[in-house]
Design a protein around this ligand. Structure first.
Ligand SMILES: [Zn+2]
Length: 297
């Protein structure tokens, strides 16, 4: 982001014009590129990695909350991006950060996806490693004064490990005598479980939503990265309903990586709808989490 864009935006949120060097002011309402630049700039103001420590210190004066996007790097069928779960969680977390003016931590891109690792490109942490990673992330932030940790999750396989990690965190912070350890609270919200998201997915796709490499998550990645939309032939019949064991067994039961889904139904326009519904609902959930947490001291 250039200084000239910063200057235009610094006029205030009502600023609509982006100044392009050598071109002059362009109305962000009339130019998609300028609009995207302005949106990205607004979101970037709440990103931890684009902040200074002085800004974080100021932020802690008004809020102890932070949003942590967590996804996965795993196969998503013949047309889904390997980064689907991380891309979805990150985009939504940034949107929620902007709406609620909450800081957003760096995305945890690799999660617990051991059962996908028989497909090339999939990466996974073991549950025990993910627990340690979460513990270390939260410990460092809690030492700085953060006490409310809101995880926006894009991958069902992370949930059990995240909950185990929270239990580990609470005990560890007390053992380490971290100040305010007793006030630390963690919560995980899965964007794909938002009521409005679930209803729209049912309405648009019915049973073809499936449970992995779903059209709803693929649609969201198409909205975020329209330049990376993939095409590939999809078998009409798709495996579903099998219990998950190891990676080789998973690939044998789900040969193309999909679980009961038809991602060919996805469109970027659907993705925009899912994005907006998830940001709206999770913004409320985050604010409730902060409110409930502070009313308990
Ligand atoms: Zn996924």
């Amino acid at each position: 982001m250039t200084d000239s864009i910063q200057k235009a935006v610094s006029v205030g949120d009502r600023a609509r014009k982006i100044y392009f060097w050598g071109i002059g002011p362009i109305d962000a309402q009339r130019c998609d590129f300028a609009r995207v630049k302005l949106e990205r700039y607004r979101e970037s103001r709440m990103l931890l990695h684009l902040s200074t420590w002085l800004e974080v210190e100021d932020y802690l004066e008004r809020s102890k909350g932070i949003i942590l996007p967590i996804g996965s790097t795993e196969q998503h069928g013949p047309t889904g991006l390997i980064g689907t779960d991380a891309i979805c969680a990150e985009a939504i977390a940034r949107g929620v950060g902007e709406v609620t003016q909450a800081l957003v931590a760096p995305t945890i891109n690799v999660g617990m996806a051991l059962h996908h690792t028989a497909f090339p490109g999939s990466m996974s942490l073991r549950p025990s490693t993910l627990i340690l990673l979460i513990r270390d992330y939260i410990t460092s932030l809690a030492r700085a004064g953060f006490t409310r940790f809101f995880f926006i999750n894009g991958h069902g396989g992370n949930v059990a490990t995240l909950k185990a990690a929270f239990a580990e965190v609470y005990a560890t912070l007390v053992d380490l005598n971290v100040p305010m350890a007793e006030q630390v609270q963690c919560q995980v919200s899965n964007w794909y479980m938002c009521g409005a998201v679930y209803r729209l997915a049912k309405e648009l796709y019915g049973d073809q939503e499936g449970s992995h490499a779903t059209p709803s998550e693929v649609a969201l990645t198409q909205y975020v990265y329209p330049e990376a939309i993939k095409q590939a032939p999809l078998n009409e019949s798709v495996a579903k309903g099998h219990t998950i064991y190891g990676a080789v067994d998973f690939r044998r039961r789900y040969p193309d990586g999909r679980m009961g889904s038809n991602p060919a139904l996805a469109t970027p326009e659907h993705g925009k709808q899912f994005y907006e519904l998830a940001v709206k609902e999770l913004s409320s959930t985050y604010l409730e989490f902060l409110g409930a947490a502070s009313s308990q001291g």
